[in-house]
Design a protein around this ligand. Structure first.
Ligand code: C2E
Ligand code: MG
Ligand code: MG
Ligand code: MG
Length: 288
């Protein structure tokens, strides 16, 4: 093991090995195992998507569904994206994983459509995908066309950091999505550093208020003031608002009173496998 750690340290650069403390060796070793397992996971189809409803506050109906990746690890069981997305981004593997997520999600949407249920699926994306030429947007659009799906069957969730980058590559891809009718949602709003001017510049369709602002919502909280301000600002820019992490009836009521358009959270449903989602949300109308 010590030999292996030393080998890896040296392989990163001839003079780097002496910076490795035992704790760092452990972390590096764990990371290597993870990366190796991720390669296997892609090859052996160990990933799956869970689906979480996003509810229209105006009538309680299903508005769209967010696809959330899970890793069915043969030894560790179901692994959360929080435990592998960063490593997948660092190694660039997120590009292949993201391509898999897209294909899988639209195949599911096509199945639902064939069963008479038109649902938009919202997929999470990483900035790494936007920077990579291996994330081929035309290929994505060709897949949609091959399944006779409109661009509007899909929304892409991006992070605030991506808007800050504003490279031509990022800009072109965002415009490409817009031209194809794919909607764009700004995820985890309020946790990054977005300059408000980016919201206008990039024609965002939805803004998702991060769950950290929703968690402690009560009538006298400053979080409520923040949510109200975000909603007013978004609406003035023609952007619709989704609240994440809605867990209680009170949070829902306060958000509705604040003018929030849509909600997502355990109050409605946890993310569930496709089969379970169908049991819960077909027909499309959700009973309040
Ligand atoms: P996110 O996109 O902000 O997704 C929302 C997260 O909040 C999900 O965690 C969901 O399970 C959780 N959540 C939903 N409702 C509630 C609630 O009422 N209370 C609480 N406490 N949590 C709630 P999950 O599935 O573990 O995903 C974590 C993050 O991993 C996602 O955050 C997203 O950033 C990333 N992720 C998931 N799937 C993908 C993917 O396919 N590609 C990429 N690049 N990232 C992904
Ligand atoms: Mg998301
Ligand atoms: Mg989020
Ligand atoms: Mg728009």
């Amino acid at each position: 093991n010590a030999d292996q750690a030393m080998y890896a340290a040296k392989s990163q650069g001839r003079n780097n090995y002496h910076y490795f403390t035992p704790v760092m060796e452990m972390a590096a070793q764990k990371r290597r195992l993870l990366v190796n397992d991720l390669r296997i996971a892609l090859a052996e189809q160990q990933f799956c998507l869970y689906y979480q409803p996003i509810i229209d506050f105006s009538d309680g109906s299903l508005h769209k569904v967010e696809a959330l990746i899970r890793w069915n690890h043969p030894g560790h069981g179901l692994v959360s994206p929080k435990d592998f997305i960063l490593a997948a981004e660092d190694t660039g593997m997120i590009v292949d994983i993201g391509n898999w997520v897209f294909s899988e999600a639209i195949q599911q949407v096509a199945k639902w459509k064939a069963n008479g249920q038109s649902i938009q699926v919202s997929i999470n994306t990483s900035p790494v995908q936007f920077r990579s030429d291996d994330c081929d947007q035309d290929n994505w659009f060709a897949q949609l066309a091959a399944m006779r799906l409109d661009g509007s069957s899909v929304a892409v969730e991006i992070t605030e950091g991506l808007l800050m980058e504003a490279s031509t590559q990022v800009r072109d891809k965002l415009l490409g999505f817009r031209d194809a009718g794919v909607e764009v949602s700004l995820d985890d709003f309020g946790t990054g550093y977005s300059s408000l001017s980016y919201l206008k510049q990039f024609d965002i369709d939805y803004l998702k208020i991060d769950q950290s602002f929703v968690r402690n919502l009560d009538p006298s909280s400053s979080d409520l003031a923040l949510c109200e301000a975000i909603i007013v600002m978004a609406h003035k820019l023609g952007i619709k608002v989704i609240a994440e992490g809605v867990e209680t009836e009170q949070q829902k009521q306060l958000l509705i009173e604040a003018g929030c358009d849509f909600g997502q959270g355990y109050l409605f449903s946890k993310p569930v496998p496709a089969a379970r989602f169908e049991q819960l949300f077909n027909p499309t109308l959700v009973n309040e």
